[in-house]
Design a protein around this ligand. Structure first.
Ligand code: CDP
Ligand code: MG
Length: 696
């Protein structure tokens, strides 16, 4: 007798094509497979290959960690094996696989890192690039590398999987046939907003989502709801408001009072915990409506069954390279038409459905037809460093499916030069080689190296870098009472230099609690996120040791004493000195230092979450930040106060153009001009024995 899971597998749209797919894979070296989301590409095709291709060792890439993990768990379950045995996964900082593993789900970044020591990816003989339509930066680089590897390894099989029919590009680039799996789509009614400007919608979409969900819950027939939102904060806010309204709801007045009596709300954002709540994938009990609040991840990567109603807010949070700050910023931007179609399609998987679009038809027409590939809208620092590392010297002429803007490549090279990773001829330096070996961004690896070589605080820096590599670990409590309590509890960890040292205090206090889960709950921190940081920290420590970078510790005290701040902040400056800003006196705006000197400038603000918002704003002068998040205005996230002396000496490498500065840059000019007149060029080095001015 077939079990339930076997039945489910055989009911998927891909199942009837099993033998044809195996035959096509046997015949062609590269195959493009297209099929609607939910047809079974990710979970089934790798299993067909294990069955049909002898001695297959399969790698399947995913653009997101959460998708790699959840696919691995699902396939392990379907094959009746333990995770890490036949089926495993490997993501940055975490590998669950063994000698027996024949199928591994990896993020595309992880597969790329494998290529640095094994450019032909010889440990696998079948590589499947999943979610290719997403065109992540790493997938795009893999396209080029795999094309090369195929020429040299005739036995290698490559499968490009995509959810959209827009595949001519792949077909041309790889010169490969396309196998398309017809989807099973039911009709989806599209409901438009009457007239609304994107600008208005942008500031109100969370509330509009709440109202739409309540409308659906009160008036529509049974069926689950999937809401597309932009990120963790928006999702949590939406969840809170929906649950509040639901509490007040009088079911006696609801039209479908007999059929729908209750609701459950599940958020999905890039956090494993929420996806491991299996309830998301299970059938909702009768009389209960499931409301799933998701980021873009539910557009194609994760399929939630039973969805009949989709609410599409029309926006996505996207990485965008900002020419003015020379930084990647997270921006909330309108989605593309292709994305809107994908989102709507999620409503018609099991029966006829409806999509509530929170924008109007005219706005849809104004959307760009497809999403711009990441490679054309992000900083290329990491990618360039990577390509140089694997011996591709002429980055501009690498075989990209869509070449990046040459100007972006130039900027990337320039920034790598500032960091000391490449020389004037764009050749990788010794420092650059070490930097590229670290599984973190070049900015962060530069801080780590400096913290060991120049400032003897590498133990502390490993903690900070680990914490900067995880998602937000602060819990934002829902009730105002808890918010006040959280604020009070966290006061204890606060350091007046800003967020970086505060992070360190938090981690140390958690360490001294014995890495306790209760401690996290009591102090309103995400236990899972801190645990990930702990894991990353130990990997960073071993990477340091591997490169013979000494681990020094400034203090064993739980709370960092003021005397220890300087080395920590200086190490941070050596990686992030491009992110130095100066506050305008009497105002709340900051100017990015280098961008201003190069003639472009944009105003930046402190993020409301920054601990620097708590101090007297007149005391702020120079600040460094980790990144910029743009919602209604560009906010600097994770900030610390620095002393200009800390970075001044680093600016020797910066090629400052003479230009007419506006009046408000007077203060900057006063500092920069004396520097410029110095006879001897400043070197990209900082000496720890310099006389220092304390931050406070
Ligand atoms: O990759 P594709 O979108 O084509 O489909 P898939 O991820 O292989 O998922 C196929 C089906 O498996 C989905 O429609 C879900 O019903 C089911 N599935 C699940 O129940 N739990 C998971 N963790 C993943 C998939
Ligand atoms: Mg898939």
């Amino acid at each position: 007798m077939k079990n339930k899971m076997q039945e489910q597998r055989e009911s998927l749209p891909i199942f009837p094509f099993k033998q044809d797919l195996i035959a096509a894979i046997r015949e062609y070296q590269i195959l493009v497979v297209v099929g609607d989301t939910g047809s079974g590409k990710t979970t089934q095709l790798p299993q067909y290959i294990l069955e049909g291709i002898p001695n297959a060792i399969v790698a399947v890439t995913q653009p997101r960690r959460i998708a790699a993990i959840s696919a691995a768990y699902r396939v392990a379950e379907e094959t009746g094996t333990k995770i890490g045995d036949l089926v495993g996964y490997s993501i940055r900082f975490e590998k669950v696989a063994s000698k027996n593993t024949k199928l591994q789900f990896l993020t595309d970044g992880t597969l790329l890192r494998t290529c640095t020591t094994d450019p032909l990816i010889s440990q696998f003989n079948c590589i499947m690039l999943d979610e290719s339509h997403e065109r992540s930066l790493d997938t795009d680089v893999l396209f080029g590398l795999l094309k090369r590897a195929c020429k040299q390894r005739p036995e290698l099989k490559v499968i490009i999987m995509s959810a959209t029919l827009d595949i001519e590009k792949f077909q041309d680039f790889f010169d490969a046939p396309v196998f398309s799996v017809p989807g099973r789509m039911f009709e989806v009614d599209v409901l438009w907003q009457k007239t609304i400007k994107f600008q208005t919608l942008k500031t109100t979409f969370v509330q509009r989502c709440v109202e739409t969900v309540m409308h659906i819950h009160k008036t529509e027939e049974p069926g689950d709801v999937l809401v597309f939102l932009t990120g963790q904060q928006e999702i949590e806010r939406c969840a809170k408001n929906i649950l509040d309204l639901h509490k007040e709801l009088n079911y006696n007045l609801v039209r479908h009072r007999d059929s729908v009596k209750d609701m459950v709300v599940y958020p999905i954002y890039s956090s494993l915990e929420t996806l491991q709540q299996k309830a998301i994938f299970e059938k909702t009990p009768k009389g209960v409506r499931k409301i799933v609040l998701a980021t873009n991840i539910a557009q194609t990567s994760v399929t939630v069954p039973g969805i009949r109603y989709v609410v599409d807010c029309g926006f996505v949070k996207q990485k965008m390279y900002d020419h003015k700050t020379h930084m990647d910023a997270l921006l909330v931007v309108p989605i593309s038409q292709a994305a809107a179609t994908q989102r709507a399609g999620r409503a018609g998987r099991t029966e006829n459905g409806k999509v509530y679009r929170l924008y109007c038809k005219e706005a849809f027409q104004e959307m760009s037809p497809t999403t711009v590939p990441e490679i054309q809208r992000s900083s290329l620092l990491g990618t360039i460093l990577y390509l140089l590392k694997i011996g591709i010297k002429d980055v501009l002429n690498f075989d990209f499916i869509d070449a990046p803007d040459p100007e972006l490549v130039q900027t990337g090279l320039k920034q790598l030069f500032y960091l000391g990773a490449v020389d004037k001829e764009n050749r990788l330096t010794h420092l650059g080689k070490i930097m590229s070996d670290f599984p973190v961004s070049p900015f962060l690896s530069r801080c780590l190296i400096s913290s060991s070589q120049d400032f003897q605080c590498s133990d502390e820096m490993c903690t900070i870098v680990a914490l900067l590599s995880v998602e937000d670990f602060y819990i934002q409590p829902r009730s105002e009472k808890d918010q006040a309590l959280a604020e009070e509890k966290r006061q204890e960890f606060y350091d007046s230099s800003g967020d970086h040292v505060t992070f360190l205090n938090i981690y140390n206090a958690w360490r001294d609690s014995g890495y306790s889960q209760d401690w996290c709950r009591d102090n309103f921190f995400h236990y899972r996120a801190l645990n990930v940081a702990k894991n990353i920290r130990s990997q960073l420590l071993s990477a340091m040791k591997q490169h013979k970078l000494e681990i020094y510790s400034l203090t064993h005290k739980q709370k960092i004493p003021p005397s220890c701040r300087q080395p920590i902040l200086k190490s941070l400056c050596s990686g992030f000195y491009m992110n130095t800003v100066k506050k305008q006196k009497g105002k709340t705006v900051f100017y990015p230092y280098i961008a201003s000197l190069e003639g472009q400038s944009t105003l930046l603000f402190l993020s409301p979450q920054s601990s620097l918002t708590k101090i007297d704003q007149d005391r702020l002068d120079w600040v460094i930040f980790n990144d910029v998040q743009f919602v209604t205005r560009p906010n600097m996230r994770i900030t610390s106060r620095i002393d200009f002396e800390m970075v001044k000496v680093l600016f020797g490498r910066v090629d400052i153009k003479h230009h007419k500065m506006e009046e408000e840059f007077q203060t900057i000019r006063e500092v920069i001009d004396p520097m410029h007149n110095e006879e001897h060029g400043l070197r990209n080095e900082v000496h720890s024995n310099q006389v220092e001015r304390p931050v406070d």
